[in-house]
Ligand binder design. Structure first.
Ligand SMILES: Nc1ncnc2c1ncn2[C@@H]1O[C@H](COP(=O)(O)OP(=O)(O)OP(=O)(O)O)[C@@H](O)[C@H]1O
Length: 276
């Protein structure tokens, strides 16, 4: 469903200058990073590649600043890639013109963020229907679809409420309902539960897994928390300094960490388990 190769993002430099810096084949990653910085840019993602099969939850994990959001946002070109190829649901994403890109975002790729921008003057139902409205679906139909999506996330009776009347966890449910209502091929989730209290966060993780059990969606899920990545991810990709350090199942990562960086996450996790 998703196929990415050599995906690279240089922030802060004109495209031709960035491309010239990337075209030096003998540079190792450290040299490339330093050369981009010396030129006044920043290498946000460097030569990233991965594949996500239909129905998988692919967790992208790493410390703050490791390039997770950059990679996620290049998948629908909210961040414009500097180099590399991206295929999502059969589309060559980098080749799309503006109209094609709009269609991709409105029909094939849904997104859920950490801080979801709900419209405060509109009801929860209208908020959940927003993606369908953008698509031009008639009002009665989109509100009915929004109600179905709200029921799936446990907010069947809150459609008439205003967002301000909901808790933080319920607001994230509305964000999820909005993404689900459009029935996208791919769901991109950028730390969607990170701002929530631990118990609510756990509830949301369980909700996501139960929605997956009902109907499998293809999800790319960004998190800085290895526990969350292990709980949700069919496979996990670990990033550092814009690069992929390790990809594999949870068992592979726990059993054979690729380097000290990954080993430190695993040791931290084991330490927390021992303390609990
Ligand atoms: N528009 C931008 N211009 C310049 N640098 C940027 C821009 N956006 C991100 N960066 C830098 O690129 C690096 C990767 O950022 P990114 O947001 O992808 O990391 P992340 O792993 O998602 O981190 P976080 O968990 O904090 O969101 C960071 O060092 C960030 O400062």
């Amino acid at each position: 469903m998703i196929e990415v190769s050599n995906l690279t993002k240089v922030y802060g430099l004109p495209a031709d200058a960035a491309t010239a810096l990337l075209a030096r084949p003998d540079d190792d990653p450290g040299t490339r990073r330093a050369a981009v910085s010396a030129a006044g840019g920043f290498l946000g993602a460097d030569d990233v590649g991965f594949r996500v099969a239909e129905g998988e939850i692919f967790a992208v994990m790493g410390l703050s600043g490791s390039g997770k959001s950059t990679v996620l946002r290049m998948l629908n070109r909210l961040v414009e890639p500097t180099a590399g190829t991206i295929r999502v649901a059969g589309h060559d994403v980098r080749a799309l013109d503006d109209a094609g890109l709009r269609r991709l975002r409105n029909h094939s790729i849904g997104m859920v963020f950490q801080h979801f921008a709900l419209f405060h003057h509109r009801s929860v139902r209208e908020n959940a229907a927003y993606g369908l409205r953008v698509r031009g679906m008639p009002k009665a139909e989109r509100l009915a679809r929004a109600d179905e999506a709200l029921a799936r996330v446990g907010l069947a009776d809150r459609g008439d409420a205003a967002p301000a009347q909901l808790s933080g966890g319920q607001r994230q449910r509305v964000g999820l309902a909005r993404a689900l209502a459009t029935e996208p091929d791919v769901l991109l989730m950028d730390e969607p539960f990170s701002a929530l209290d631990p118990l609510i966060r756990r509830e949301m993780q369980e909700l996501l897994l139960s929605l997956q059990a009902e109907r499998r969606r293809t999800i790319v899920f960004v998190t800085h928390d290895l526990v969350e990545a292990l709980r949700l991810g069919t496979r996990i990709m670990i990033m550092r300094d814009g690069r992929v350090i390790q990809s594999g199942t949870g068992a592979e990562i726990l059993g054979d960490p690729a380097d000290d960086y990954v080993a430190a996450f695993v040791a931290d996790l084991r330490g927390n388990e021992a303390a609990a």
